[in-house]
Design a protein around this ligand. Structure first.
Ligand SMILES: [Zn+2]
Length: 343
């Protein structure tokens, strides 16, 4: 990226991958720190690997120095310092058949974890604890929900959910669930309950870590929620991904809306889709009213024009915090296919 300076001057939070920096962290900071209000660095990406020296997760050792230098330097300069963490989007852990999520036809999804796994919530809590030992202010939590409404049909989910709709676990199908609106509503409620429980583990871990390190301001966790027209904007996202926005408000208080993850084009002002989008963001005012934050996020923003487009939407939706990355996740096509393809 040659236009870092131009981006930083737009006062947004850029979440960097270590490969985005073409110089050592020290040089990067001394070149750009005066333009930076905040900076983000990937802590744990969708490969499941972390870039800090973890005791629990696999480590990309070549970047640990960069991570430590970067967060150390920026926090010393009072720059809002952020690390990201992919949660259920964890391709390393998902190789284990005991953890990955499963489609209605029984196909394993080796890139994503079933959110109905207390053991994995504990693992996530450990990662939060490890990240929180660094002088960071915030964690951006990615991949916090289900792949889509058709998930999860792993053995544990069937065993747990089938009795709630008077069915045998091995005879539970997606069709059985959706043909009865009561069953479908129970499915949504049960799944969002799991997602919220997982978040509670992470939030509790952040509070424990605050005490341990004597953090002045509590470490905040901003929870990514996907918002796409293909999956029914915010309201549709509740059912599809298992989000309960009021629970997120209660648990972490911070939400980060991933704008149009599956659709390349943002709607233009004046269109009915644009109005629908803005309306779909109304709920975020409650986060801000209660002292939390709402942010608009988008993958792969590489031009100032793309950034302006996002900022204009933010302005109409009363959300002034913008978070971006320069690139898409490495497993983007798999994720998109599993979220809106033919499963
Ligand atoms: Zn499951």
């Amino acid at each position: 990226m040659s236009n870092f300076r131009e981006f930083f001057m737009q006062k947004l939070l850029i979440l960097l991958r270590p490969t985005d920096l073409d110089m050592p962290a020290k040089d990067f900071i001394s070149t750009y720190a005066s333009y930076m209000e905040s900076i983000g660095i990937v802590g744990k990406g969708p490969t499941g690997h972390v870039i800090y020296p973890s005791r629990t997760a696999p480590v990309d050792a070549e970047y640990t120095q960069l991570f430590e230098d970067l967060v150390g330097l920026t926090s010393a300069l009072d720059i809002h310092t952020v690390a990201s963490m992919d949660f259920y989007t964890d391709a390393w852990f998902a190789k284990d058949p005991k953890y990955h999520t499963v489609s209605p036809r029984g196909e394993p999804m080796p890139h994503q974890i079933c959110p109905n796994r207390e053991e994995f919530w504990q693992y996530g809590a450990e990662i939060v604890g490890e990240l929180a030992a660094y002088p960071i202010d915030e964690i951006l939590l990615f991949g916090a929900g289900f792949i889509r409404d058709h998930f999860c049909f792993c053995e544990r989910c069937r065993n747990d959910f089938a009795p709630l709709v008077d069915q045998e676990p091995n005879r539970l199908t997606y069709e059985y669930i959706i043909e009865n609106p009561d069953h479908h509503a129970k499915w949504h409620e049960w799944r969002s309950g799991k997602v919220s429980e997982g978040l509670k583990y992470l939030q509790a871990s952040a509070r424990d870590a605050d005490e341990k390190v004597g953090r002045e301001n509590p470490l905040s966790i901003s929870v990514e929620v996907l918002l796409d027209p293909e999956t029914g904007f915010s309201e549709g996202g509740k059912g599809q991904y298992g989000y309960d926005y009021s629970s997120i408000l209660e648990i972490t208080g911070n939400v980060m809306i991933n704008m149009y993850p599956w659709s390349p084009i943002l709607p233009s002002k004046g269109s009915s889709e644009y109005d629908e989008l803005i309306e779909s963001l109304y709920y975020t005012s409650e986060f801000q009213r209660r002292g939390g934050t709402a942010s608009l996020f988008r993958w792969g923003v590489t031009t100032i024009d793309q950034l302006r487009e996002l900022k204009a939407i933010g302005k109409d939706a009363n959300i002034d915090r913008i978070v971006t990355t320069f690139s898409y996740p490495s497993d983007y096509s798999t994720r998109r296919e599993s979220a809106i393809g033919n499963y």
